[in-house]
Design a binder for this molecule. Structure first.
Ligand code: NAI
Length: 215
């Protein structure tokens, strides 16, 4: 099956497989059956077999999956070794937290620049990078060729900044700006992230619990 034909929901599950297999590897687990993996992950064994078959299937009948190999193969599909050069816009509370707490290099990215329009932040260190002013963005992009950007800027600035960055060669956005960015450019991909949506899902779960116990 070509990569393009793989459904979004399968792709969304791959990082989870990768994470679970990483945890299994730490426990020195060498192989696992689709049934055991399904029990740990709360999926069905057939779901797991179907998902992994989209990429050619990695298991062997009667043996299950080799944990290390499967993790490596999923990692390759996810592109974890790509080291895509990445910049971050908005060195406020969220930007700082993301720059310091996310292991970009373990997930296919390398954070090479942090930018903010507030001149008071210029030169301040976040991790091992110094914040640069956004007036340096164009020159920086032309010299360092980042391909991805993390947007930790206010909603009102998101569209203009994203369009500007596309013109500087950025074609992937990890967007936290509370605006569902859908860039109208060919070959530009966006991952909009809203932590609040996840919290609302939890709220729904709690409300459903209340309703169930009342019935
Ligand atoms: P903050 O006010 O601490 O930081 C925002 C920073 O962006 C400031 O340093 C500001 O100077 C800078 N900035 C503003 N416009 C800019 C531009 N055009 N280019 C470069 N830098 C620019 O705000 P905080 O708490 O860091 O939040 C940032 C954004 O992320 C807010 O819009 C907030 O609503 C959103 N947010 C989203 C979450 C999510 O789950 N998606 C979670 C938390 C915050």
């Amino acid at each position: 099956m070509s990569k393009n034909a793989i459904s979004n929901s399968v792709i969304r599950r791959l990082p989870r497989y990768y994470r679970f297999l990483g945890e299994l590897e730490l426990t020195e687990c060498v192989r696992i059956s689709s049934r055991e993996l399904s029990e740990r992950m709360g999926l069905t064994a057939s779901q797991i077999r179907q998902d992994l078959n989209c990429f050619g299937g990695f298991g062997q009948q009667g043996y299950g999956y080799n944990v290390k190999e499967l993790r490596e193969q999923i990692g390759r599909i996810l592109g974890v070794h790509a080291e895509n050069p990445t910049i971050l816009l908005g060195a406020g509370n969220l930007g700082k937290a993301i720059a310091t707490h996310i292991d970009f290099h373990k997930r296919g990215f390398r954070l090479i620049g942090i930018f903010d329009l507030n001149p008071e932040l210029t030169g301040k260190k976040i991790g091992n990078l110094e914040v640069k002013n956004t007036n340096e963005l164009e020159a920086f992009c032309s010299e360092n060729k980042p391909v991805a950007a993390v947007l930790c800027i206010p909603k009102a600035a998101a569209v203009d900044e994203a369009n500007r960055l596309v013109s500087y060669g950025i074609n992937a956005f990890w967007n936290f700006s509370h605006y569902d960015l859908s860039i109208e450019h060919k070959n530009v991909i966006v991952e909009n992230v809203h932590l609040g949506d996840s919290l609302l899902t939890l709220s729904y779960g709690l409300n459903s619990l209340d309703t169930e116990s009342e019935n």
